[in-house]
Structures are given as C-alpha cells and as structure tokens.
Design a protein. Structure first.
Length: 298
C-alpha cells in the first residue's frame, strides 16, 4: 500500500466523482481509476460502488476513510517534526459546534489553542446538532464537538463544560417581555420556534420536555437549525424561543430574554470526542480544555 493510493482514495471519497477527484489530484481519470483498483486489490474488498451516474462508498469504504485520513495526517506530522524537532505540537483538528449556543466556550477554547499551540490548524464546522456531531465523531470527520448532554452514544467520551438555566426569548412588545419570572405555562398560547424535529437536537428535546412538564404541547410555528436565526425570527414576530440564558448578551434587536420562574431547568453543554485513539493534537486540545475549565468557564 502506497501513500499516493490513500491520497487518491480520500479524494474520490470526498468528491464522490472520479473526474473531480482527478482534477483535484492533477492527474488523468484513467490512472486514478487504476490506483483505486490497486488499493482495493491490496485490501481484498471494494471501497466504492460505481455506476454510470454515481459513485458511493461501500460499508468497507466508510470504515476505511477515517483510518486513511489518520495515516496521511501522521505522515504530515512526521515530516513537520523532522523540519522542527523541538517538541512543538502540530496537527489538524476539525471541531463541530451548533452556533450561538456555544459562543462562550468556543471563544475561550479557540483562543487557548491559538495562544498555546499556534501550529495546530483548527477547522470549525458550524450548525452541527448533537446527533449529527456524534455520528461525525464516530465516522472520523470530526475530531471534537460541542454537544448537549446527555448523549446515548457508547462510542464517544463526553465532558460537562457548563450549565445554563433556560428562559424565553420574546419580542420586546410581548405581554410578558418585562414580567418578573413568569412561569413557562404562561407561554402556552404562543407559537414556538425550535430546531427541526428529528435533527438530533438536545435543545429540541429539552424544549418539548419542559413544555410537557408545564402542562402543554407547544404549537411550533417555525423550525430552524441555527439558534441565532431562530432569535431573528422571534424579532420578526414569528414566535418565541425556549433558550438558555447564555444567549442574553447576543439576543438581536427587537427581542429580550425573560428569566423563568419555578424550579430551574438547565441546558448541559458538553465536549465530545471518539473513544478511538486520537492524535497528539487532540490530546493537547483536551488538556487545554481541562485548564480552561479550571479557569471558571462553568
């Protein structure tokens, strides 16, 4: 097995198109196909399902992809270490997050990585719901992700980062906009803006659970992945949103955050990563995360 075979496999797996992969690799399509066939023969299994119209990964291809990426990353790290063998931490990390819900931790962590390990290349992927984050961590397309806790995955490790108490984001003209700790049940007649049903969002689950415990099933007027865009819809009068109080500093004009009365309900923000062995860069990030947590992020 040769490194160039892995590079060819990754290009086809990411493009799912031999022509586009060939252009990306600056080679002709026929030699690329030959390289993939050599790789498949060496592994004793098909990695792609080919037809005249499409290219898809087989189950074996899906399983092989994260390992191929890891091998190439290790090769790159080895090359860097020879050029600068003074113990610096190199590498690439792909980090998934939801959006505005993670702004507190995201700013702290990215700044800490930049200041401590400037050679680590951090790639941020936004609008990643918890369920999707777990799937991508398992597939190897994400190294780390912010998630809502708890998760049901047995293949990932998680760490609680901090907790935020839920409240309501409402238009400033809402009758309860300036109320003193109203009960959630007082919003039963309002249309709600939530993440999409079935998107794997802990926020959606928390919203539905809290409303059920308050004695009503909310009418959902709009479903949207991005929590900040959800708050923009609140400003437009489309509905109200059940969100943690960490959004208070960033609510858009025309809205306000209302703290709720009754027993407090919290959103648990967590950090997740695969139980599979990770890179030196990932281990360095987790060490930084521990230091940031000790620095009162909770």
């Amino acid at each position: 097995m040769e490194i160039r075979w892995l590079e060819a496999f990754i290009a086809v797996a990411e493009e799912l198109h031999f022509g586009n992969a060939a252009i990306r690799l600056r080679m002709a399509q026929s030699p690329l196909s030959q390289v993939i066939r050599k790789l498949e023969r060496s592994l004793g299994t098909k990695l792609f399902i080919r037809s005249t119209r499409s290219v898809e990964l087989t189950a074996a291809g899906h399983s092989f992809l994260p390992h191929a990426r890891a091998v190439l990353e290790e090769v790159e790290l080895a090359q860097r270490s020879v050029k600068d063998p003074d113990g610096k931490v190199y590498g690439k990390l792909t980090f998934g997050f939801t959006g505005v819900l993670n702004h507190r931790a995201l700013l702290k962590f990215t700044r800490a990585v930049r200041d401590t390990y400037p050679q680590i290349e951090l790639s941020l992927v936004g609008r990643v719901m918890t369920q999707d984050a777990i799937a991508q961590l398992d597939a190897g397309t994400l190294d780390l992700a912010f998630v809502g806790l708890p998760t049901e995955s047995t293949r990932t490790e998680t760490r609680l980062l901090f907790r935020e108490r839920f409240g309501m984001v409402v238009p400033i003209e809402h009758p309860l906009a300036h109320a003193d700790h109203p009960e959630l049940s007082m919003f039963a007649e309002d249309p709600f803006i939530t993440p999409p049903i079935g998107a794997g969002s802990v926020l959606y689950d928390d919203t539905m659970r809290a409303c059920a415990e308050a004695g009503f099933q909310p009418f959902i007027s709009q479903q949207i992945t991005d929590p900040y865009m959800g708050m923009m819809l609140v400003a437009a009068g489309v509905g109200v949103a059940y969100l943690p109080d960490g959004v208070k500093p960033v609510v858009p004009p025309g809205t306000t955050f209302v703290s709720l009365g009754g027993d407090p309900v919290y959103m648990n923000h967590g950090l997740a990563w695969s139980k599979r062995g990770g890179s030196v860069a990932r281990d360095a990030f987790l060490e930084i995360a521990s230091e940031v947590l000790e620095d009162h992020i909770m």
